[in-house]
Each structure stands twice: as structure tokens, then as C-alpha cells.
Design a protein around this ligand. Sequence first.
Ligand code: 5GP
Ligand code: MN
Length: 325
Amino acid sequence: MNDLILKSMDEAIEYIKKSDKIFIASHVNPDGDNVGSSLAMALALKKLNKKVILLKTDSIPEDYMFLPGVDLYQDYSDDLGPADVFIALDSSDLDRLGQNKEVLLKAHRVINIDHHITSTNFGHINIVDDKSAATGELIFYFLKRMDIDIDKDIATNLYTAINTDTGKFSYESVTSKTHRITAELIDVGISVKDINIQLYEKYSIERTSLFIKSLGTLNTYANDRISSVKVSQRMLRETNTSFDDTEGIVSFLRSIGPVEVSCLLKEIKPDEIKVSLRSKEYVDVSSICKVFGGGGHIRAAGCTIYEDLDTAESIIIKEIMKNLR
Ligand code: 5GP
Ligand code: MN
């Protein structure tokens, strides 16, 4: 972390210390890093006797319902009034906050803590480091710098944030720093086994049916260097699942030997398709998603294409092809 980030951290800490009403918000389709980081921050600031309001926009996926503090999540209501400080976590731009974007715009101060390469630095204070493997890493350092005791509940949330955003510590974003942080979290007394079972070994039969059905749509392109799968509304109905149950499909697709880029297309509405991209070695999928107004990381990114499923697939495949060597 460079001096500029440390300076922003100190500025944020100073502001938080003199504030009372602090909002922390999740982004749309919250993932493990977003939920874990938000909960860790919320639990930590509660220790300082701050009035902490933890806002969600979409519901929290079942995978993360075991996390300590998850019952703190609430929807915004007008009687909450404006925030002294609004903390956005793991959100690269304002639209990622969904309806809570309006709440952010009314806050006295906005602190943006993130690790996306496509961050728009929308905060008054921006703690953005694209070298961090997860926002959870930044929260770990932030809480230490604030002298807050990282207890087992906070450690469980931070471990989840880092584990889920690094593909269980396997991506190139992982550094020795990542492992040093994790070692400290383990020393606090968390159970690595229990958390990993909660995260990855509690899938429902319905989710498994969706997995099978979705793989039935597998297409590959460019000598199997691209893999693509579609999930329609009909498939969700037939398997009694939701889009939360698609977590893991796109990384599975990337695990096919020759695949460099994997693609998952989700039919949100008949003409609104959410695209998730993952890459293995060299393609920058964040730049591909930027073409369609989305963003993310070099190896994991997303965007929305306003076409039907098949058209969206051919549009995104064409764009991916341009990026293959
Ligand atoms: P996922 O494919 O799991 O939805 O998202 C992968 C990564 O891309 C995450 O870091 C997520 O925050 C980011 N991402 C996904 N969709 C969008 C989008 O529409 N806009 C932006 N800016 N980032 C996105
Ligand atoms: Mn993240």
C-alpha cells in the first residue's frame, strides 16, 4: 500500500471518529468480499459505540447467511435521515449501489474502500488499491490502523471476504501479504474447515439441478479457448432456484483446460442479460466489460447487455474474440 492510501485511511479514520451516524452499504448482487467486508466494518464500528446502519440493496445470498452480524442488514427508510459518513465497500462505481446511490448522495461524507481497477473514485475519501486481492485485505489494515481488536466474528467475515475473492487463495492477485493477513485471522481462532464447509459444501439439490441444466447449454468457441453457458428464467423456474444459485458456474467453466475466457449469461429479463466473464492467463476481461458499461477486475468482470440471450451471447463472444492472442 502506498503513502497516498495510508493518508486516505488516516483521513477516513479521523472522520469516522468524530461522526456518529455511519452507513455502510452493500452493492447489487452482493458477493463474499462485499458482505464479509461490510459486516467486518459494521461489527468493528459498533465496538466504538457508533450508530451503525448496514444497508442492503439486493437480498444477501444464502451462502453468506452464516456470517456473524448478518442480521444487522436492513433496507433504507426515510426516517433514518442522512448519514454523517457513508462507507461504500467493494463497489467500483455509484451504480453498483443500486437504490442506495440516492442515500449516498445525501451523506455528509463518502468513504469509498475498494480494490477494483475500474474504480471511479467517487468518494470524498478514496481508499482504492487494485493491488489488494480483496476489499477484505484493505479492511483488515484499516481496522488495525484504527486500533480495533479483530475478534473471531470480525475475523470470520474477513476470512470469507478474502477466501471468496481469491478463488480460495488461488488467483494471481494473492500475495504473501494475503497469506500473512490470513495467518493472523486464523490465530484469532476461526475455523477454516467450518467456514469452507459453510461456503462451498452446503449446496442444495435444486442448485445442483440448475448446474446440470446450465451446463447443457455449453458452447465453446475459438478452438475451445472460450466457454459459454446461459441461464434463462425458465431454467430457474424449472429447478426452483434463483440467480444466487449460479455462483461458481463461471469459474467451473474456466477450469476446462484450453479455456482462456469463460462466460455466463443470465437472463434477468427477456432483453436484459447480465454477463459474467472470467479469464485464466492473459485476457483483461474488465476492459471487455467496460465496452458495455460494466467493469470489474482483470480476471473477473461483468456487464449488462440489453438484448435477448442468444444475441447477447454472440455480441459478447465477438468482443472476447478480439482479445484472444
Ligand atoms: P460477477 O461476474 O461475479 O457478477 O462480477 C465479477 C466482478 O465484476 C466483481 O468484482 C463485480 O464487482 C464486477 N462487476 C460485475 N458486474 C459489473 C457491472 O455491471 N459493473 C461494474 N462496474 N462491475 C461489475
Ligand atoms: Mn472484491
